[in-house]
Design a protein around this ligand. Sequence first.
Ligand code: ADP
Ligand code: ZN
Length: 612
Amino acid sequence: MPKRMVLQQYFGYDDFRPGQEPLIDGILAGRDVLGIMPTGGGKSMCYQIPALLLPGLTLVVSPLISLMKDQVAALNGAGIPAALLNSSLDEASYRETCWQLRQGMHKLLYVAPERLENEGFLRLMQEQEISMIAVDEAHCVSQWGQDFRPSYLKIPDFVAQLPHRPVVSAFTATATAEVQADIVQRLELIDPVKIVTGFDRPNLYFEVRRPTQKLPLLTRLVEDRAGRSGIIYCATRANVEKVCDHLRQRGIPATRYHAGLSEAERRQNQDDFQFDRAPVMVATNAFGMGIDKSNVSYVFHFNMPKSLEAYYQEAGRAGRDGEAAECILLFAQGDVATAEFFIHQSGDNNEALTPEELEEIQARDYQRLEAMVGYCKTSRCLRGHILDYFGQRHEARCGNCGNCRRAFVQVDITRQAQMILSCIKRAQAKLGYYVGAVLIIRTLLGSKDKRVLELGLDALSTYGIMKGTDKKTMRDYLDAMEQAGVVTTEPRHKTLRFTPASGAVLFHGKTVSMTQAAETAAPRKRSASAPGAPLSDGAERVLTALKQTRRDLAEREGVPLYVIFSNATLADMARRRPTDLEGFLEVSGVGEVKARKYGKAFLRTLAQVQED
Ligand code: ADP
Ligand code: ZN
């Protein structure tokens, strides 16, 4: 079967995403591959499709046990025989899965890297025909990467003990040049096909805020987005507790996740989030690797992470359905100290390293931190800052980040300040007293206002010299001049007065400038992957009904929502409103197995809402 048919039949998509095709082709031609794509770019498909086309078994090495279950559920849901082996299985299920593997019943097997060091597991695998080992989150093999996992280093040993060397494919979303080189070397990839797709996620809006108090701002941001799903990352468990408690007290359906909770509670809370029973997740960075919740519409950072890699990966969990999503980081200078503390402390947990290695790692961690702090403080395009870091070319301004939207420029207003000051001076000279801003502005604009004429201000040489300027701009000039200290407002009578610096502007070449918003930013870009235009009102209503149907099905089957269909798929369904199974198969993200399984339920819903 050609790869495109697999894409359509099993996954229900018509076209490959950038990078997927060459990686799949490479694997099918027997080459090792290294795929570097942003989070949500569609890495899994790159090994899942070849896994179905190659003979025998594909072994997927994935770092987090808790998430394998969902990935396997999603594959099974699409009619693909896949299983997992990990320490969470009881004895009986473990045996059952081993038996199934011996019968050749599975195409994919998910394991944590530690499993590869297990003797029994090695023997089991030696009996299998293994066509490929797919290494997910491959940056974990690199000590320069941010999530180093020593057991990833054992992968080549494991491969060497197999009767035939399978294809080794590696995937990651974090890829500075040095991490890439490290992956190739440490996983011993042989002349790999390397594909680096663009890192830009145009549907994500980036912003950095520097509030004096974070909690009230965060609360407001979350309340303003009621009904939407989001993740709030905190640097410490204590912060997770504090923020989560605070949000719950305000009646926000939030849940929490950090390494200090029991396995059972983490599982429960993650499920609550996935099922949208608690659409707001407050978590440390322990949460999220491999999470495939497509409808996360914002990721807020209560604290600054320790690197841009970490930030982009975490923020990247927003908007995976291609819809517009927001990534807002709340920065405070204290975050830098916390991050430095973590770097410093990391030495204590790394006994396997020599002091020289440790020093080098810490030096790099400090470099990473510096780039992260740079992001928080820059007034340039935030997206540009990120893409620079990953070595990708980009336009100077993206138009969809906080800095592009509120970009400011300094404009010189010395000439305007001179006209205003000389008008103030002449009015004072004529009248013998100072007047207020309103009269000065009217005089400069050449107004026929009664007071201006009564006082004879129309006889001044400055009368009308700023004609054509709008009043708001005149006010801005005066504000800027006041900030620069070249004019002052007398508090009691609100009259405009000279300061010691006024003369310098009028007679000695002192310049005055004003910060001004740059030309208005471009409207938000939509991702090319968002299928079609925004929904009409009618379609929104249909979508709500479809979501309810999805929720019912998910609850009945005990699987996360996305295992049924992603938000993007439901949106496409609402747009197309298919009336039969054939039309249903046309919807993006609907494969044959899912059409058979869920088609009836969704078609019924569509028929019902059509009638209302
Ligand atoms: P990654 O592992 O790179 O973070 P995933 O493999 O989880 O990303 O894919 C993210 C989402 O994109 C999933 O919902 C997946 O079904 C979807 N996807 C993957 N490939 C395609 C494609 N060719 N067309 C449309 N959607 C796709
Ligand atoms: Zn920008």
